[in-house]
Design a protein around this ligand. Structure first.
Ligand code: GDP
Length: 295
């Protein structure tokens, strides 16, 4: 679906190529195609409107009309607008001036929270002593999955007692454990569901007030389409997100969620997951993503 976005842009610009001057009508035709392509790529309609209007404002100037290569100029404008929407400079994870720093990982089941928790811990080993905490007590295998990944990555782990069901209590207890092990960074891997639900949100709200997180990071699978906007919006309204991690960017090119999530949640995409291994985590690069979207 997102490949067609790239293809469509290529078609638009192929049509514009070879024209010495762009008329207002040319710009309108191009923008109509840009709008259609973005909508088909599952980009939220408000974001699409924003991009299209920004492009129109810039494209209707003299520069384009007199430009020798108008297609390239419009292409650049589209690219720059996509970068602007996704945030042009990488935003690092915040560190609390008063330890411990606490990161709360939230998101739908399967989005990559558990894997990303260990990825972040691993990344923060330089300069910090992280602790990963299993607060996903709903999915039976999640605690073991986190424990095994943490062990492999050489990261301390804290989890529930056998049979313990209270995730908020585990989060609270992890603080004393972190202190006893001199860990200055706590990463809480929370439960996710296949869909948004109120009971889970209540648990997460409780965990938030109990653990006072420095960052609440929404983990979003980049293969999620339009649903990504609703997810980001819902988590943001209930919890107040501070950042997004977009996972599975090693898969097929997916640009829609990156654009839409950034605009929906109004918080920066901070990191990008690009593989199943715990070292496969990068700072989110809006320029590379824009390039990927438009080709
Ligand atoms: P959770 O339910 O949100 O905790 O999700 P998991 O961390 O268990 O991840 C779900 C699946 O996605 C697992 O098979 C992970 O190995 C895989 N996964 C997570 N992040 C990435 C990524 O960046 N790239 C790829 N290819 N797979 C990922």
């Amino acid at each position: 679906m997102f490949d067609s976005l790239k293809e469509r842009f290529e078609n638009i610009f192929a049509n514009l190529r070879g024209k010495g001057k762009l008329t207002e009508e040319d710009i309108n035709i191009a923008l109509r195609e840009v709008r259609r392509a973005l909508l088909e790529a599952d980009v939220n309609f408000k974001v699409v409107k924003d991009v299209v209007e920004a492009i129109r404002t810039r494209a209707t100037g003299r520069q384009v009309v007199e430009s020798v290569t108008p297609s390239q100029l419009i292409f650049t404008i589209v690219y720059e607008e996509l970068v602007r929407i996704m945030g042009d400079a990488p935003v690092p994870l915040a560190v609390s001036p008063k330890p411990p720093t606490v990161y709360m990982m939230v998101g739908l089941q399967g989005s990559g929270k558990t894997t990303t928790s260990v990825k972040i811990a691993r990344r923060m080993l330089k300069g910090h002593k992280p602790l990963v905490v299993a607060c996903d007590l709903r999915r039976p295998a999640a605690v073991d999955q986190l424990r095994v990944l943490a062990e492999k990555a050489g990261v301390p782990f804290f989890g529930p007692e056998p049979g313990e069901r209270d995730a908020v209590a585990v989060a609270k207890k992890s603080r004393a454990f972190a202190e006893s092990r001199l860990c200055d960074l706590i990463i809480l891997d929370t439960a996710g569901r296949l869909q948004l639900d109120d009971e889970l949100m209540c648990e997460l709200e409780e965990m938030k007030s109990a653990s006072e997180p420095t960052e609440i990071l929404l983990v979003v699978d980049s293969m999620t389409g339009q649903e990504a906007v609703n997810v980001a919006d819902a988590f943001n309204k209930r919890l107040g997100l501070t950042g997004v991690v977009l996972t599975k960017l090693d898969g097929d090119a997916r640009g829609g969620p990156a654009l839409a999530v950034r605009a929906a949640a109004g918080v920066p995409i901070k990191l990008a997951g690009c593989g199943e291994k715990t070292e496969d985590l990068e700072l989110f690069d809006a320029r590379r993503m824009a390039q990927r979207i438009i080709g």
